[in-house]
Design a protein. Structure first.
Length: 782
């Protein structure tokens, strides 16, 4: 009998045989299911699974300490009792000798759907009970937005969770101006799971009503179906928005009443816009010069925007670049000048086409969550500063108006994320990961991060344990009964942490005396007791398989603020939209000033680097998987070209380099190189190439941090630099490269092969000679 479950990319039922998923059917109610479901069959028993606890041979031999053998070493298999003992002792050693701050437990990553077995919630709860850990703030998704938008519009979460709903857009919007497009490939996903995908249908209905879509994107296919396509030089959207704003300001089309009543600092911004102080008016001609678009088109569009009910939306990708703070801030400013913020179907949007969430009705009530205690360590880093932190302990850095110091990290703990997927400049990351004493990784799969760990903890997948999940913009809470037995010796992270906690003397506090199954019931019952409507008992919910929850409908972003700004002030210093922020101005940052502004990116076709690396690579989100997850799956594998990640290139650029479809190319710059498989495609702007993230890192020489990646991970190329001193967000979506045919014999792709894991010799000698576990009896269990 097929059983239902939930992934970040959708609700499905699965057929299971011999411990693995064999077929997947999307939920009947999902009009536009994500193709990523096709990656699930065969994933539970794949050879890339970690079959049992393991420890890096060099770490076992030499004890904790810096090592440049990470990623190139063999492993030794351990039993679970040995693993628990070894890891508990190492945590104890680090805490006793260096303090809790020496543990980096940020553990960024998407892990899997499931409210209880959520890896970050588990690892954070566990580390808090041990006295805390150095944490991370914000996300790779929204690093710049997460800092700038609360300062200028008083929130960032609500921009998505309480965004104008698709139904309102369909009914009211005349002109949907999308910077970064409206990529449906991305709307497959929602954190925590999603049971329906309405975006495609909404766009169809909008067009049927006569609504027009204008897309600014280097890729034509960022909008599915008809649209007006403008392909600016990547990274120049802020200049285009300024050009549009200039027309509004100089042709009397800016809504002065809205700017006076609902905003602060427009006058300061207007001086910049008109070039009053710097002598550079940001005219359409000025914007055209930078972006490669036509000044006439920019002028005409500005007039149309002022004449119609217009929604300006900025995709999340536009802030994943150097100076990424500017695009959402300028998008908001442009919408404010149009004066339509808070009107149905008009105003500002952020992330339509980035995630399923924007446009979906929010739940009226919170979802069950695993309670978290306080973190007694105050030290944190902006999440994308991980290599900086490891390479520069004790050094100061700027962040959001504060001067912070990087801690001295001895132990890195990762559960539920893959830095070799998400972080920039992998060569630098590998040097950084060589610094700590110990790296611990929990994962179901032998990802590159697991291969770089000292202590490897095999986790179950979401389909090998009971759980439930849902997300804040989806009406269903979904039961996720285990579809299969845990593979080999894998265990859910809760069990691993329970045993570690027990050994470290905080077992009772961690488990509160509950099994995982009892926690599911407890969290459900605590949650349901706080609701103002009746829900079935836990047993009934579990038997039903899903529970429909009430949602709000018909939302328009900031409608309440527009209706009564005094009753609903924004959470900004002025209570208004801050087109000029006195706080940001007071920080005196050269790379983020008091109002939105155009800054030249470092990686862009207009700069001097483009002479050496003349192609602009978009390292965007993959169509064929979620990040690096299930790169082993059929959909992801079918997309590969000669086993490599596909790189899309315009016919003229391909011809210039003598490339044909199916060629394998070396993609390179001064930071690194990877192989990729050529797909020639006229939907890509000339001088732009597109290589999605997520191919598992596969060094030709695992001992060399700067090795060629033979599989196509673009993060060997990207620059590890923050968006600005304000947010220090991830800027990895853009990088300049050159591409040439790879003439040498093709190296095999080994990314999905497990490393060598030696079965331990019967003699306990190597374990006994190690420092940290000398006082224990680990050897007796072998
Ligand atoms: N160049 C470039 N880089 C980028 C981006 C970009 O645009 N360009 N985008 C960035 C963005 S927006 C993001 S969000 C990040 C994503 O980066 P990540 O979220 O780190 O990527 P994932 O591949 O989702 O990693 C999740 C890991 O959790 C593991 N996992 C799944 N379930 C469990 C579980 O139950 N327990 C444990 N312990 N592990 C589990 C999976 O096997 C996988 O290895 O990448 C960022 N990196
Ligand atoms: N299938 C799939 N969907 C996903 C994910 C996934 O891994 N796979 N990841 C999810 C996550 S965690 C996140 S945070 C979101 C991210 O959502 P986004 O950041 O919006 O996603 P991207 O695909 O990186 O970028 C969207 C499009 O923006 C365009 N773009 C890039 N740079 C520029 C530019 O400078 N100017 C203009 N005008 N356009 C530009 C690109 O053509 C790109 O296709 O996606 C989510 N959705
Ligand atoms: Mo993300």
């Amino acid at each position: 009998m097929p059983r239902s479950s939930l992934a970040h990319w959708g609700l499905f039922s699965a057929e299971v045989a011999e411990g693995d998923i064999t077929a997947v059917t999307p939920a009947a109610g999902d009009a536009d299911p994500s193709p990523l479901l096709g990656n699930l069959p065969g994933s539970l028993r794949h050879r890339a699974r970690i079959t049992g606890p393991a420890v890096r041979a060099g770490w076992l031999r030499d004890g904790p300490g810096p090592s440049d053998r990470r990623g190139a070493d063999e492993f030794v298999a351990l039993t679970w009792p040995e693993l628990t003992e070894l890891l508990a002792d190492e945590l104890r050693r680090v805490i006793d000798d260096h303090g809790n701050e020496a543990i980096y437990g940020g553990s960024y990553g998407w892990a899997s759907a499931g409210r209880f077995h959520h890896a970050q919630s588990q690892v954070h709860r566990f580390l808090k009970l041990l006295g805390g850990y150095t944490s991370s703030r914000h996300s790779y998704s929204l690093g710049a937005t997460g800092v700038i938008m609360p300062r200028v519009v008083g929130t960032h979460d609500d921009l998505f969770k309480r965004s104008t709903s698709w139904d309102v857009i369909v009914e009211h919007t005349d002109l949907l101006v999308a910077f970064g497009g409206l990529a449906l490939k991305n709307t497959g996903i929602n954190h925590g799971g999603t049971s329906a995908h309405p975006a495609r249908d909404a766009l169809r209905r909008l067009r049927d009503r006569g609504g027009r879509i204008v897309s600014f994107s280097p890729l034509r296919d960022d909008v599915d179906g008809e649209c007006e396509w403008h392909a600016p030089v990547p990274g120049t959207d802020v200049a285009v928005m300024l050009g549009l704003a200039h027309v509004l300001a100089t042709e009397g089309l800016a809504d002065r009443r809205f700017l006076d009543e609902y905003c602060t600092g427009y006058d300061r911004f207007e001086r910049y816009l008109l070039g009053t102080d710097d002598g550079v008016p940001k005219t359409p001609a000025w914007a055209a010069e930078i972006s490669g678009l036509s000044a006439t088109d920019i002028t005409a569009l500005a007039r149309r925007m002022a004449a119609a009910r217009t929604l300006v939306t900025v995709s999340w990708s536009l802030q994943r670049i150097r100076h990424g703070e500017q695009a959402p801030w300028m998008g908001l400013t442009l919408a404010a000048m149009l004066g339509q913020i808070g009107l149905p179907g008009a105003g500002f949007g952020h992330g339509y086409g980035s995630m399923n969430e924007p446009g979906l009705p929010p739940l009226r009530h919170p979802l069950p969550v695993l309670p978290q205690g306080p973190n007694r360590v105050q030290t944190f880093i902006p999440v994308a500063a991980v290599s900086d932190m490891l390479l520069h302990p004790g050094e100061p850095f700027d962040y959001n108006g504060r001067r912070l110091t990087y801690p001295d990290i001895r132990l890195v703990y990762w559960a539920g994320g893959n830095p070799f997927h998400h972080h920039q400049n992998i060569g630098r990351l590998r040097r950084a990961l060589a610094r700590p004493d110990t790296i611990v990784v929990h994962d179901p799969y032998w990802t590159a991060m697991a291969k770089h760990a000292d202590i490897v903890v095999p986790s179950t997948t979401a389909y090998e344990r009971d759980d439930y999940s849902g997300s804040k913009n989806d009406p269903l809470l979904v039961a996720m009964p285990a579809l299969a037995e845990p593979h080999a010796q894998s265990r859910d992270d809760y069990t691993t942490f329970s045993e570690l906690a027990e050994r470290l003397g905080v077992g009772e506090q961690f488990t509160e005396g509950r099994t995982a199954r009892q926690w599911l019931r407890h969290l459900y019952e605590t949650w349901s007791a706080g609701l103002d409507f009746a829900v079935p008992t836990f047993d009934q919910f579990w038997a039903d398989g899903q529970l429909r929850l009430p949602t709000e409908s018909g939302l328009t972003l900031l409608a309440d603020y527009r209706a009564d700004p005094r009753a609903h002030p924004l959470h900004t210093p002025s209570g208004r939209i801050e087109i000029f922020s006195a706080d940001i101005d007071s920080f005196d940052y050269a790379d983020c000033v008091g109002h939105p502004a155009w800054f030249e990116p470092t990686e862009w076709l207009g700069g001097h680097r483009a002479r050496d690396y003349p192609l602009h690579l978009l390292a965007n989100q993959p169509t064929s998987r979620l990040h690096s997850q299930l790169d082993i799956g059929a959909v992801s594998q079918d997309s590969k070209v000669a086993g490599r990640e596909p790189i899309r290139i315009h016919p003229s650029d391909a011809a210039e380099r003598g490339l044909t479809d199916g060629d394998v190319v070396r993609v390179f710059n001064d930071r690194g190189a990877c192989l990729a498989g050529v797909v020639i495609d006229a939907r890509v702007r000339p001088r732009v190439v597109q290589l999605a993230t997520g191919a598992w890192y596969d060094p030709l020489d695992p001992g060399d941090p700067d090795s060629l990646c033979v599989h196509g991970n673009p993060n060997v190329l990207t620059d590890d630099v923050g968006t600005s001193s304000l947010a220090r967000g991830c800027s990895g979506a853009h990088v300049l490269v050159e591409v040439q045919r790879y003439e040498q014999p093709l190296p095999p792709v080994r990314a999905h092969e497990p490393p060598v894991v030696r079965q331990p010799r019967p003699s306990p000698a190597p374990l006994d000679s190690r420092g940290p576990i000398r006082s224990t009896n680990a050897s007796t269990t072998r």
